[in-house]
Design a protein around this ligand. Structure first.
Ligand code: FES
Ligand code: FES
Length: 167
């Protein structure tokens, strides 16, 4: 069957089998290997991508059912500079399996305004679908809070500048 999607801003048409998951399409047909396959059941978050404004486990989403733009960890990389720097600064970078999904979920949390950097427990709850049994989450949570606070400050500065210019 033919599947038409917008992936990382590019309209894309692909011939694929009807049961192809979004994760398989991204990895096997598009070469976008940032999203990882681990549990294959929607439980671990390693395969997290953005569909529209939602962070979803792409291993349990049929590609043919997707009707909103898809962004992968590769697609958000340019926009997530502050977040990537915060992950590096705070020791939030973990293994190649969990980190891409964590970064995508963190990006969505900050962009949606769900996280403003003031509630670590809320961040911890929001990451409950992104598993890591190895290192703990403290560095990741600190990184997300740091990036969220920076983004909030940048947005406020932009508002203040606009107000000053129009005064
Ligand atoms: S591989 Fe998709 S949630 Fe685990
Ligand atoms: S699964 Fe990535 S560091 Fe534990």
């Amino acid at each position: 069957m033919i599947v038409r999607l917008q992936i990382n801003g590019a309209p894309t048409t692909i011939h694929t089998a009807p049961g192809t998951t979004l994760l398989a399409l991204l990895r096997d047909e598009m070469g976008l290997t940032g999203a990882k396959e681990a549990c294959s059941r929607g439980d671990c978050g390693a395969c997290t991508v953005l569909v529209g404004e939602r962070a979803v486990p792409s291993c349990v989403v049929l590609a043919a059912r997707v009707d909103e733009p898809v962004r992968t960890v590769e697609g958000i990389a340019a926009d997530a500079t502050a977040l990537r720097e915060a992950f590096a600064d705070c020791g939030g970078l973990q293994c190649g399996y969990c980190t891409p999904g964590l970064v995508v979920r963190a990006y969505q949390l900050i962009e949606s305004g769900e996280c403003d950097g003031t509630d670590a427990d809320a961040v911890r709850r929001a990451l409950s679908g992104n598993f890591c049994r190895c290192t703990g989450y403290n560095g990741v949570i600190t990184a997300i809070e740091q990036a969220a606070i920076e983004q909030t400050a940048n947005e406020q500065a932009a508002i203040d500048r606009a107000a000053a210019e129009s005064a």
